[in-house]
Design a binder for this molecule. Sequence first.
Ligand code: ACO
Length: 319
Amino acid sequence: MYVKIVGTGSFLPERVVDNFEIARMVDTSDEWIQTRTGIKTRHIATKETVASMATEAARKAVADAGISPEEIDLIIVSTVSAEQSLPCVACEVQKALGISQVTAFDVNSACSGFITGYQMAAGQIKAGLAKTALVIGSECLSNGVDWTDRGTCILFGDGAGAAVLRADCAPEELCIPCVLHADGSQGEALTCSLGHGKDKVPYDEYYRMDGKAIFKFATRKVPEVIREVLELSGHTVEEIDYFVLHQANKRIIDAIAKRLRQDESKFPMNIMDNGNISSACIPMLLDDMNRKGMLKPGMKLVLAGFGAGLTWGGFYLEW
Ligand code: ACO
């Protein structure tokens, strides 16, 4: 038996920035961006913050789960882009939802963050320390985008996705087919510092990325981790209905589908509309699928992500 996702929600800022607008800021084109990444538009926050977007997504997930916010006893927010270090975003969400008896903390493993959050929450549920968890990915990546760098500014967007987790069996009957990996030796491939060092000298506060290195890493490591997850859950790749992957580049997802020898229709995408929203991508895509009625009880899913750190991971989920 597995920890279930019983409700999903998401939030996108109203302001849409299309490729033509970006092409007025840097030397690029709609054609280049669409061909090389699959992205047509992204949403950019104007007044929204990581905490406000997380809260909106959380409210929708709680409503979708048909529970009262008081039933939540654990809130985990994954983010790399919060406007403030303290208090953590999870506590801001707790305050906004008006709930008291709750454990709340943030995690940062970049675009793998929703997978990390799921593993933390599922582990707490299995240990009997929590019953109903809210796991949220919320990002305002525009906080760290250098709008003069065409290698990164074309990719990122803002938004949030949330999921309510619960088990419908005794904690000791649960298994958690989830795998997480990290390789800090490759950390230079994607860096950003929002803030100042001890000497008050500002670090480079923009996303700096070796896109080619990450592309190569993702197309190799994501199929590997999907196979690890399937080995743990005892399923074959053919048995999986959908692979819900981090939305970084359409070509990365196509390459992963090819490596796994699975039809592209098993790899839903929303990168065209939203761009890469780091840890929010996976729960937002899951929410899209949920709202479109694509998810039927008993369906078998693998969710997998990769990102800065470098980190990567995945888990098996039954709907
Ligand atoms: N418009 C036009 N030309 C461009 C642009 C642009 N926006 N960006 C780069 N180019 C040019 C380059 O200068 C280069 O020109 P040259 O051949 O004259 O030197 C050419 O296009 C090819 O550049 P590459 O970097 O090789 O392009 P590539 O096909 O690798 O695409 C991209 C770049 C889209 C960044 C790709 O490498 C990628 O998506 N990588 C993965 C990135 C990723 O997943 N990052 C997120 C990690 S998740 C997280 O933690 C937030």
